[in-house]
Design a protein around this ligand. Sequence first.
Ligand code: GRF
Length: 194
Amino acid sequence: MTRKRVAILISGRGSNMAALIEAARAPDYPAEIVGVLSNRAAAPGLATAAANGIATASLAQSKFLSRDMFEDTMTQILESWEVDYVCLAGFMRILGEDFVNHWLGRMINIHPSLLPAYKGLHTHERALADGVTEHGCTVHFVTPGLDEGPTILQARIPVAAGDTPETLAERLLVEEHRIYPEALRLLASHQVKL
Ligand code: GRF
């Protein structure tokens, strides 16, 4: 089995990144994590990746004259790592059409809602404000429309009386860490495609 080469894009904590790194330790996992790229040098996830012996890079968009130049540089770094797939894991920038189209079918994201419900930010707050009884997370292909690409996997959790955005996020994160590695496994073993 040739393992697919995967890079992860983060902006912060990197707990989903860590779940992917952990899953990829299994010898029969069809992908290896070869690089982690952050748009914030202070992202705690970078240290976690480095501690796992994974190549890291950070690039601040503010240092570039345009978003296109920033994203072209990201693609150059990803291609220097010879990646087959890109996983967005808490990467807090909206990506431009050229970058998305370059990686189309090869880039996936995890989003903390049952898409198509609650695209964008503050998903837990919005779900609670609506009084939903069920919440969840989605791994999906990244396409040019924000949080609009086809779903690969979803997980659902019940909303409990007294839940706050924090308690809901904490319970949902357990499911995120379960389905993201599973979705990447499906992609890297060609069991799903765009
Ligand atoms: C997760 O809730 C993920 O669904 C969202 O951003 C958060 C990132 O958390 N896209 P982490 O950096 O993976 O811990």
